[in-house]
Design a protein around this ligand. Structure first.
Ligand code: GAR
Length: 206
């Protein structure tokens, strides 16, 4: 039985593509993308889904009266497609607490920094501006606070002399595309559980 997941995107969808490719290549991946949901139309992430026959839904941020209504509309769209877990892959809207109530410990997020450093929408830029020598990628469960839930896995990425936001983000994305499919696979195969802020792995960690 494969875990039916909804992948949420707002842009290019390169992490979505990494998950699509991993699922296609690995019979034991354990998850099936039943829908891709976006907060805006006309983005590459939706085209990537359509190209491989995955149904898509757009829940326009601008049309929702408030964050709670937006969140419930996203959760409704996921449930209508049969999803029992949400995978946020470059989804740039903050979901309200209602999402966590409806999918407790069943929402994953990827962030382009080492949480708790540099949460928010500009994690790469702020790490660079701060002058850190190491940043990276975090995959975590979503809780009611932004970029805060229990950490599942992290990969460090060195900041190099002369890095721009674009060059650093490109190297971070190489690591994202390795890490996120592996975490989704572990989650889908029931290898992750949460005790307070601690994520417990059954079997080997990554
Ligand atoms: C990724 O680097 C992801 O970590 C970041 O957006 C990018 C989306 O790329 N997410 C955040 O900054 C969330 N705060 P993609 O659309 O090509 O997967």
């Amino acid at each position: 039985m494969q875990l039916p997941i909804a992948v949420l995107v707002s842009g290019s969808g390169s992490n979505l593509q990494a998950i699509i490719d991993a699922a296609a290549a690995d019979p034991s991946f354990g998850a099936r993308i039943v829908t891709v949901i976006s907060d805006r139309p006309d983005i590459r992430g939706l085209d990537r889904a359509t190209a491989v026959g995955i149904p898509t839904r757009v829940v326009p941020w601008g049309e929702a009266p408030d964050r709670v209504a937006f969140t419930n509309a996203v959760c409704d769209a996921a449930e209508e497609a049969g999803a029992t877990a949400l995978v946020l892959a470059g989804f740039m809207r903050v979901l309200s607490k209602e999402a966590v109530d409806r999918f407790p410990n069943r929402i994953l997020n990827i962030h382009p920094a080492l949480i708790p450093s540099f949460p928010g929408a500009h994690g790469v830029r702020e790490a660079l501006e701060h002058g850190v020598k190491v940043t990276g990628v975090t995959v975590h469960f979503v809780d009611e606070h932004v970029d805060h839930g229990p950490i599942i896995a992290q990969t460090a990425v060195p900041v190099l002399a002369g890095d721009t936001e674009e060059s650093l983000h490109a190297r971070i994305q190489v690591e994202e595309h390795q890490l996120y499919p592996r975490v989704v696979k572990a989650f889908a195969n029931g290898r992750l559980s949460v005790n307070g802020r601690t994520v417990i792995w059954e079997g080997e960690t990554l």
